[in-house]
Write a protein that binds this ligand. Structure first.
Ligand SMILES: Nc1nc2c(c(=O)[nH]1)N[C@H]1C(S)=C(S)[C@@H](COP(=O)(O)OP(=O)(O)OC[C@H]3O[C@@H](n4cnc5c(N)ncnc54)[C@H](O)[C@@H]3O)O[C@H]1N2
Ligand code: MOO
Length: 563
């Protein structure tokens, strides 16, 4: 491609963006130019459940980034031959063009030129064409030559937030985060200190369980067929006493639940299933089965049996099992130390929002959430929007993971990228094709020290936490991932043509996963009522309406709100 072709591309992108903005902003709702509803398919972005039509979609083809945003949510621009959804497929017929609004054409142009759906070659060439002084300062490899590049799902933009950028796919981003670190070392800790941590080695029984033949009921231990002669002194066997005399055939002895069954006993008869005659003989009132109500030694496990694999989360139940199996301490993976830096001059930390300032919703939320993910919170610091303070805090931190909130975008006060550049951090993920939360990032500050940049919008920050921080913390703490849960969606959700969408859902009531309202990027109202986060694939193509679910700490199957 010649430089002139490249200029034409850039001009086409500008033109297409201008036209799209004009249509989406100015002429929204004008007959023939509306972007929705299409076949009643338009779902208001913030409000998929309301009966009323929701707010009009905001203009969202960004002049800055060329990213395609809100109006594509739930809007099908194509008559699909295959599965429903917003993502065009080979052979699909552009419907919007048929309606005379030209939007499809514009979207295609934006997409092709920006590389949002393809054209990686053009993107690369444009990045190469960019004058050196407009290219972002990027860290160098040790040899000082090759710039570090974040992985993308295919050819990328230049990643400076001012040029079209192709983001890493959601699934790939999670994989990169999971693979970015090594598990922390193991350490032995007393049982009382290991709740919520990870077993660094398989839990192997140190004893048989039960460790002796045990009476399962209060009653009599009997030997052979009845009736049975009882001891004259009526003394019985209680729990906690070792070594009793063998029981001879035709004899019985009173026994308590949990007591060691004497050698020779063939069954335990419950106290309510036997009568003692005046002559001191025990008669069973029901048939007596061989071995009934005796828990044989080793019934649950033999010494040396693996009770749980390494990588298991230590729950209260695991603590109980470990104690029963003879452990005083366990080998656990060290907890990742996580430091949280809350950025933003606009934040207040108590009282009501005022004078354009808002409450910090992330500071109070992240610490407990991180602890639930197995991390040790090394402190939450409020930094405001101060580039030097951010740089210094990142340089000084010795945490395994630093989490920042806000400052990921390209506004005048978004200092994170410049700070990472100054620190020569290696960007592993710089933007993810997920809504909300697409500006999230993952960087390696130094070997064994990482940073996850969460976008400032609170639900977007949670998306970043689940997409990047959770897999990284799982690897650091060597914890096995829980089985992925799936559910059938019981209501409509907005989808995005090229990005994964994360939507809070409730699972109660046996009607599948019901998407919640109030799931806009700046909202926590839906999340606070949610049981899980549904993963809506790009284009909304959910096989048989099924979606994967991400656990939330308060309802998690694989790691709960403990520790
Ligand atoms: N030109 C563009 N602008 C923006 C883009 C874009 O692609 N191009 N993306 C938007 C998206 S999406 C998000 S998400 C945000 C990410 O912004 P930052 O990570 O830089 O965060 P801030 O600008 O600092 O804040 C965004 C928003 O969130 C509020 N916020 C920040 N921290 C907190 C907190 N601790 N508690 C509650 N609310 C918080 C902040 O006041 C802003 O309203 O960028 C968009 N812009
Ligand atoms: O949608 Mo942004 O990615 O989260 O507000």
């Amino acid at each position: 491609m010649s430089p002139r072709d490249g200029d034409a591309d850039a001009a086409a992108l500008d033109r297409a963006t201008d036209e799209a903005l004009a249509i989406l902003a100015g002429d929204h709702g004008t007959p023939g130019r509306s972007v929705g509803p299409v076949d009643g398919g338009y779902l208001p972005f913030e409000d998929p459940f309301t009966e009323e039509p929701g707010p009009a979609p905001a203009p969202a083809v960004s002049r800055e980034t060329g990213s395609l945003d809100v109006p594509f949510d739930g809007v099908s621009f194509y008559d699909h031959r295959g599965a429903p959804g917003g993502d065009p497929m080979p052979g699909d017929v552009p419907r919007a063009r048929d309606r005379g609004d030209g939007l499809t054409e514009i979207w295609r142009t934006v997409r092709d030129v920006s590389g949002a759906q393809g054209a990686p070659r053009r993107d690369r060439q444009r990045a190469e064409r960019q004058p050196a002084d407009r290219r972002p300062a990027r860290p160098r490899d040790a040899d000082g030559t090759a710039p570090h590049r974040p992985a993308t799902s295919g050819g990328g933009g230049d990643g400076d937030g001012r040029r079209p950028t192709r983001h890493t796919s959601w699934a790939t981003a999670g994989g990169i985060a999971a693979g970015a670190a090594e598990p922390l070392p193991a350490t032995d800790r007393p049982l009382g200190e290991v709740l919520g941590r990870t077993l660094a080695a398989p839990l192997t029984a140190l004893t048989d369980l039960p460790s002796f033949d045990t009476a399962a009921m209060d009653g009599w231990a009997v030997a052979g067929p009845g009736p049975w002669r009882l001891p004259a002194d009526e003394t019985g066997i209680v729990a906690g006493h070792a070594g009793t005399e063998p029981l001879r055939d035709g004899h019985a002895v009173p026994i308590a639940t949990g007591a060691q069954v004497p050698p020779g006993a063939t069954a335990v008869i419950r106290s309510e299933h036997g009568d003692v005659s005046d002559e001191g003989e025990l008669h069973a009132t029901r048939r007596v089965g061989q071995g009934q109500d005796i828990r044989p030694r080793g019934q649950e496990c033999g010494r040396g049996d693996e009770l749980l694999p390494g990588g298991s989360l230590i729950t209260p139940a695991v603590l109980g099992l470990a104690a029963a199996a003879g452990y005083d301490e366990l080998s656990v993976t060290a907890r990742p130390r996580v430091e949280v830096l809350v950025l933003g001059d606009e934040l207040v930390h108590e009282g009501l929002p005022h004078d354009g300032r808002i409450r910090d919703a992330l500071g109070p939320m992240l610490g407990p959430w991180l602890r639930a993910l197995g991390a040790e919170e090394a402190g939450t610091t409020r930094l405001g929007d101060d580039a030097d303070a951010l740089h210094d805090a990142l340089a000084a931190s010795d945490a395994d993971l630093v989490i920042t909130t806000g400052g990921t975008a390209s506004g005048p006060r978004d200092h994170l990228h410049p700070a990472l550049d100054r620190l020569e951090a290696e960007l592993l993920v710089d933007g993810v094709a997920v809504r909300p939360g697409h500006p999230m990032l993952l960087a390696r500050l130094a070997p064994g020290r990482h940073l996850v940049g969460l976008p400032g919008n609170p639900l977007a920050a949670v998306a970043g936490l689940l997409t990047l921080a959770e897999p990284l913390l799982r690897t650091l703490s060597a914890r096995t991932a829980p089985a992925l849960r799936r559910a059938v969606l019981s209501g409509p959700v907005p989808s995005h043509p090229s990005d994964t969408r994360l939507v809070p859902v409730v699972l109660r009531g046996g009607d599948g996963a019901r998407p919640l309202r109030f799931h806009g990027p700046a909202m926590l109202r839906g999340l606070a009522a949610a049981d899980a986060i549904a993963v809506i694939p790009p284009g909304g193509n959910t096989p048989r309406g099924q979606v994967a679910l991400l656990d939330l700490p308060w309802t998690a199957t694989g790691g709960g709100p403990i520790g």
